[in-house]
Design a protein around this ligand. Structure first.
Ligand code: MN
Ligand code: MN
Length: 295
């Protein structure tokens, strides 16, 4: 990685962190999820960044991959536990970071512990570090406090225009042989729950990504596929970002594109026993002194 690349990673992280600071106050009862998503994504652009993926706003037992629909009427409720997962990029150099707001005073410990797991784990993002050690640290902090890590959600490596690539960083101890190298860019993202400790896909899908060029008869579907491939550079997108087509035509076209394998649909992920889920995530550049870009 050249110094130039590194500066862009750092700049993307700084924008993300500024956006977080300026929008955190919106996470309170009665506020529309759609307003929060629009504010975060618009502010990202106003501050000179690009949106790397639709803001994930996942509540309670939803662990990830919920983003507001075009006419979403959901509002935050009094005791919600809310994960805000945001992505910013500069020329494809991505910052990916998440935090949890817990409005239930009896459950705030779940936020304290997940932040601790993340903060201890990022300290280990040094060259020659076995990924296994990061997983062990995360698992141990979560389990000694009486909760379960989500075993089938992981951190990941990032590359230019690639959100998830190379090795994964599990939140439980595994036999992974991956070793961190200097200048690897990684996202460390523990999830914990008071439920069963894993997630399953629900049938709802609100986030999409280009997968493969296919020949398509429907003009609406062709338009969306072109958007997915070129307008967002193959990064994930939401239905609410698409201006034309809209409504039922948009939904049918998205379904068609998924069914033929032209785009991938990310289904929302739900805790297996409907336990409450908390998440904390930072993007880190691996160095002797790790650089936390999204701090
Ligand atoms: Mn994330
Ligand atoms: Mn991530």
């Amino acid at each position: 990685m050249t110094d130039f690349d590194q500066e862009k990673y750092i700049k993307a992280g700084k924008i993300l962190s500024d956006v977080r600071k300026q929008t955190k106050d919106m996470i309170k009862p009665g506020v529309l999820l759609l307003d929060v998503a629009n504010k975060i994504e618009n502010l990202t652009r106003d501050l000179g960044g690009q949106v790397a993926f639709p803001v994930n706003i996942s509540i309670n037992e939803i662990a990830a991959h919920y983003t507001p629909t075009p006419n979403d009427t959901t509002v935050f409720k009094d005791l919600d536990t809310i994960k805000i997962d945001t992505g910013v990029h500069i020329d494809g150099y991505i910052a990916d970071s998440a935090y949890t707001v817990c409005l239930d005073p009896d459950k705030t410990e779940m936020v304290t512990i997940i932040n601790k797991a993340r903060d201890e784990a990022v300290k280990l993002a040094t060259p020659e570090r076995p990924v296994k050690e990061i997983s062990e640290t995360i698992e141990s902090i979560i389990t000694t406090n009486g909760y379960k890590p989500i075993s089938n959600l992981t951190g990941h490596k990032l590359e230019r225009y690639k959100l998830h690539t190379g090795f994964m960083i599990p939140n439980i101890k595994t036999n992974t042989k991956a070793i961190l190298q200097e200048n690897d860019v990684i996202a460390i993202e523990p999830f914990l729950t008071d439920g069963g400790g894993s997630i399953k896909e629900s049938s709802n899908c609100h986030i999409y990504m280009f997968e493969k060029q296919k020949s398509i008869r429907s003009a609406a579907a062709r338009q969306i596929l072109s958007y997915a491939k070129t307008k967002v550079n193959g990064l994930p997108f939401a239905a609410r970002w698409i201006k034309q087509p809209q409504g039922i035509i948009l939904n049918l076209a998205l379904k068609e594109l998924i069914s033929i394998g032209a785009i991938y649909g990310y289904n929302t992920l739900k805790e297996i026993n409907n336990g409450i889920v908390t998440q904390a995530e930072h993007t880190v550049i691996v160095k002797d002194t790790p650089i936390i870009t999204t701090k």
